[in-house]
Design a protein around this ligand. Structure first.
Ligand code: ME8
Length: 522
């Protein structure tokens, strides 16, 4: 094993089902985890559910269920969804589990003992959908939430507070000294200017509802859901519990710890979380990647607009890889991306059915037709294109690895697709159907087929983190042995004598764009 990596998604509110917007974080983390496992890095991937808070208590009440019944159902649907999306998480933490609640209580008590948490009174507003406190000065003029624009409620209650002010300077120094702590840079700058305006101590308990983790020494208070939720990144590793070997391994002694979060929850992860760790005397080992939002034509996805798209619906109709591909391809990390059915079908037809699908079916049917399904490594090169392809391959693999190492998955896909284009062009340039007519050109023809075989093999390995299903189908069809599917075989020319391959199958059937769009407009 080379490196020890720990990657986490935000834990999703169990107030409703995950849609394609929030499943983006999970897919991106899965791409990271698959890529690192391919590289033989010891990778631990955590996701889970945020199950406490006023929002969930209210959602359960509406359905006449206890909060626990309600979150049990959502958690079970979410787990199933991740299975359908072939998410390779190692653990799924739920904040209502005892392994979590017990440790959160201990953390709270420790901070209380240290006087990092103190008792006071909160008077201000609270946004239930965002589970956020806002002093009057931060609200919009009409009293709505500055983050989501929805109405807030007035709160005046006895509360515990976490001393953020005390750690303000230490945090600012840390962020300034660690340039890559928050990425992309625009988000880092936002956080710096937010802190520079001065931090207020944070209210960290509520008394006006019940569904949360009680403060051990004063159980009429429940712990603020964000303090509860952020702690999941440690409780899932066994922090402060009898067996903390995962914490020792991946947090204290790991090489790379990454929290992937949406831009709307950056403040919590870039300010509250590191301050909690400083107060607990736990080293800040993580990096934050903040991504943008997937928007619809009308703007945000919302129940009231009725424009929510659920991942299972896309997968059932168009297959898993087309969804995973679209999410990664259309979202430059950091900026917003748009989901429209037009764009989705267009990418499906152009990138998947045409570019990749055609390359696979053309190459496989020619290898079958001209060489009964078997290629052999040629002992010299026959075309000037061959040298060009050899050096291009090296460059593509290098760029791909560089992009994937640096979380630039969209760029990585772009480079793979430029390689697919080159392979399609290579077929036109070498015109195998002409070579096939001339018996004396048999070796040249084999050379072309061999190049296509190897290019396809490399493409299939490179797309695996994003498109695991297609990758496996192509590698199986090409009868590539296990050894030549690994990242160390990501070199042109590894295949010596190919096995007899299968008949081509259609990976992505071309769609009639008008018909598909009509379906989704109904
Ligand atoms: O915030 N496009 O949970 P959550 C992209 N429980 N990302 C989106 C999105 C969209 N349209 N809509 C939501 C919470 N997200 C807390 C997290 S972590 C300790 C606690 C993202 O279910 C959003 O940015 O509301 C966030 O990163 C994630 O989905 C979970 O959102």
């Amino acid at each position: 094993m080379d490196k020890k990596c720990y990657i986490t998604t935000p834990i999703y509110y169990a107030s409703g089902d995950v849609h394609i917007g929030n499943s983006y974080s999970t897919v991106v983390c899965d791409v990271f985890a698959r890529y690192h496992r391919q590289k033989n890095d010891d990778t631990y991937f955590l996701t889970g559910m945020d199950e406490h808070g006023q929002k969930i208590e209210e959602a359960a009440k509406k359905q006449n269920k206890t909060p626990q019944e309600f979150v049990d159902e959502v958690a079970s649907r979410t787990k199933n969804l991740w299975q359908n999306l072939q998410i390779t998480n190692n653990d799924f933490i739920r904040t209502s589990e005892e392994r979590h609640t017990k440790v959160v209580q201990d953390i709270f008590e420790q901070l209380l003992r240290q006087d990092d948490i103190y008792l006071g009174t909160y008077e201000g507003n609270y946004c239930v959908p965002c589970e956020s406190f806002f002093p009057k000065s931060q609200l919009n003029e009409d009293g709505t939430c500055p983050d989501c624009g929805r109405p807030t409620i007035k709160v005046k209650e006895e509360s515990y507070f976490l001393r953020l002010k005390k750690y303000e300077k230490q945090l600012l120094d840390f962020i300034k000294a660690n340039k890559d702590f928050i990425q992309p840079e625009t988000r880092r700058n936002e956080v710096i200017s937010f802190i520079e305006q001065g931090l207020e101590d944070l209210c960290v308990s509520r008394t006006s509802f019940k569904w949360g983790i009680p403060v051990k020494s004063n159980p009429k208070h429940v712990i603020y859901v964000w303090i509860d939720a952020l702690a999941n990144y440690l409780t899932a590793l066994g922090y402060k519990s009898q067996d903390d070997s995962l914490y020792q391994k991946y947090w204290l002694n790991g090489d790379e710890v990454v929290h992937v979060v949406g831009k709307d929850i950056l403040r919590f992860h870039a300010i509250y979380w590191p301050i909690m760790l400083m107060a607990l005397n736990v080293p800040i080992r993580f990096k934050l990647y903040a991504h943008g939002w997937i928007l619809m034509k009308e703007g945000k996805m919302s129940k009231s607009v009725g424009n929510i798209v659920y991942p299972n619906d896309v997968v059932n109709e168009y297959g898993l890889d087309s969804l995973r591909y679209y999410l990664v391809k259309e979202m430059p990390l950091g900026n917003d991306g748009i989901f429209t059915w037009e764009r989705f079908i267009e990418r499906y037809n152009v990138d998947l059915a045409n570019d990749l699908g055609n390359l696979v079916s053309r190459s496989i049917s020619m290898i079958n037709k001209y060489f009964q399904g078997k290629v052999v490594k040629p002992n010299k090169s026959y075309f000037t294109y061959d040298d060009e392809i050899l050096s291009l391959t090296k460059k593509v693999i290098e760029t791909y690895q560089n992009d994937f190492n640096n979380f630039q998955f969209q760029n990585g896909l772009n480079i793979i697709w430029s390689y697919i284009d080159r392979a399609n062009k290579y077929i036109d340039e070498t015109s195998p159907w002409v070579l096939a007519k001339d018996e004396s050109k048999k070796e040249e023809l084999n050379d072309v087929m061999y190049h296509l075989y190897e290019m396809l093999r490399l493409i299939s390995i490179m797309i695996e983190p994003v498109m695991p299903t297609s990758s496996k189908i192509i590698l199986d069809e090409l009868k590539v042995n296990e050894e030549n599917r690994t990242i160390s075989s990501l070199v042109f020319g590894k295949t010596l004598t190919g096995e007899t391959i299968d008949k081509p199958i259609v990976l992505f059937k071309r769609l009639d764009i008008k018909e598909e769009i009509k379906k989704h407009e109904q």
